[in-house]
Structure formats: structure tokens, C-alpha cells
Design a protein. Structure first.
Length: 264
């Protein structure tokens, strides 16, 4: 498929993607991946040649899996390399929704939780999306109040969808002896309904391989059952690994997600 973006109106440009209007269909838009990678709320920024193509493949395979499973997403198709056709948003919800199975990352400091602690069921938290403010987390008790007292159906639906999507992906990665640690997604409103939007790539989650076959996840802390040193996600970039090594890890993710089409 031939798509000429030079004549299209740019709707928005973020750290890793550009959104264009679709002149042929006002109900859809094009999402184009970039080679950029950032961390530390945008403070760290590099260009990794080839990353856009790898991210596009991962995103395609994950969203096609989710669509097959009946999850409500904005994804329609991937008509050409690095390009995704999506449903056009009525309104973006300015939140990041994080679901966690295993304690890792920032929660170890602010939550004072030991690394490897397993959450069952998965816990889900809302963060206000604002880099200068470091994406502060919204108070869980107040979210519950909004849902119950003010009919905050959007919060309730995002919470439900995030947990549902986490479980779909956790099961999929488990087929390849990899644990989905946590996951950060975004949502928007399309025709009055909450939809999963944006991308799901190596920058959206943490992935740790199993330390051995048949790990025992019945324990309260499963760190010994996993291999965090073999992580396959953007933490490799945050921790200062060389750019080519970061790309190699992202390519490993894409090799796994390429097999998702055979799962369901």
C-alpha cells in the first residue's frame, strides 16, 4: 500500500510516533513509528536506527492478538512497514494506566515493597500523564470514590480493560518462558466508549525470562524464579546499555510476538 504523508495533516507528534489524519476516511488516522527512544520523563533521548520497524512489528502482533481475544482497541491494521491504521479518537484520556504482577521499578522505592513480590490479583494504578511532574499517581481511595459516588465509569472501564489485557499478554508471553512484570497503557474515547489506544512495544512493559523451567509462582516473592538480568525491555536503555544492545533486546521481543499468531 502506498501512503504519501507529505500531503497529510499532522495531528500530533510524540516521543516515538506521529499521528496523521486520513483524508480518505475521517473516522480513522495513521500512526507512524519513529526511531526515537526516551527515558527519565524525556530527559534521556536517543535515536536507534531500526527501532521504528521493530516496534511496529511488536505492536502489530500484540494488537492483533488482543483483537482476536475481543479486547476493545483502536487498532485496525498495519498497511505498510512502520505505519498503523487506527480508529480516530474523539478524546484522549490524559492518564497512564499501570498494571503490575511483580514488584519492580519505581514501586520498590515509593511503595517500600521488596523486588519480586507477586501481586495476585494484578494491581492497577492511574498516573497523571505529565513529564515535568513525573507522572504522579492518583490516590486509589479517591479513584474508588469517583467510581462509586460520581459514576466514574471511564475509570472503572480502564481498570477492567487494563487487567484483562495484562492477563491476555501474560498468558501469551508465558508460552515462551517469559514473565510479564508490569505494563503501562493509554486510553481514549471513541464514539463515547473507552478504547485502548497508543502503542504496545518494548517501552510499554517489563519482561523477565524464567530462571528455569516450570517456575513456582505460588510464593509471595518469586524473584528467584525469574531472571531480571536477562530483561528484554526498555529498562536496558534506562540502565545505560549500549544502543545496539538495546535494539537487540527489542528484536528478541519482536521474535516472540511474531509467534503470537500461532497461539489463538
Amino acid at each position: 500500500m502506498s501512503v504519501d504523508f507529505s500531503s497529510m495533516k499532522k495531528v500530533a507528534e510524540g516521543k516515538t510516533k506521529i499521528i496523521y489524519e486520513n483524508p480518505r476516511d475521517p473516522k480513522t488516522a495513521y500512526m507512524v513509528f519513529k526511531d526515537d527512544i526516551t527515558a527519565g520523563d524525556g530527559v534521556k533521548h536517543d535515536i536507534i536506527k531500526g527501532k521504528a520497524l521493530v516496534d511496529w512489528k511488536t505492536n502489530r502482533d500484540i494488537f492483533e492478538l488482543l483483537n482476536r481475544k475481543g479486547a476493545r482497541t483502536h487498532y485496525i491494521s498495519s498497511p505498510k512497514e512502520k505505519v498503523v491504521l487506527v480508529k480516530k479518537l474523539d478524546r484522549k484520556i490524559n492518564l497512564e494506566v499501570v498494571s503490575r504482577r511483580i514488584a519492580a521499578g519505581s514501586i520498590l522505592k515509593w511503595g517500600k515493597i521488596a523486588e519480586g513480590t507477586r501481586f495476585d490479583p494484578v494491581i492497577t494504578q492511574f498516573h497523571y500523564k505529565d513529564d515535568p511532574l513525573h507522572d504522579p499517581m492518583l490516590d486509589e481511595k479517591y479513584i474508588d470514590y469517583i467510581v462509586k459516588a460520581k459514576e466514574g465509569t471511564e475509570y472503572a472501564e480502564m481498570h477492567r480493560l487494563n487487567a484483562e489485557i495484562f492477563l491476555h499478554l501474560e498468558r501469551a508471553f508465558a508460552q515462551f518462558d517469559v514473565q510479564l512484570i508490569d505494563m503501562k497503557l493509554e486510553y481514549g474515547i471513541i464514539e463515547g466508549t473507552v478504547y485502548l489506544i497508543d502503542e504496545i512495544t518494548g517501552g510499554s512493559f517489563r519482561l523477565w525470562p524464567y530462571a528455569h523451567k516450570n517456575p513456582d509462582f505460588s510464593q509471595s516473592n518469586v524473584l528467584k524464579e525469574l531472571n531480571p538480568d536477562g530483561r528484554l525491555d526498555k529498562d536496558t536503555y534506562r540502565m545505560g546499555e549500549k544502543i545496539d544492545e538495546v535494539l537487540t533486546k527489542f528484536e528478541e521481543i519482536a521474535k516472540i510476538t511474531a509467534k503470537f499468531k500461532d497461539l489463538y
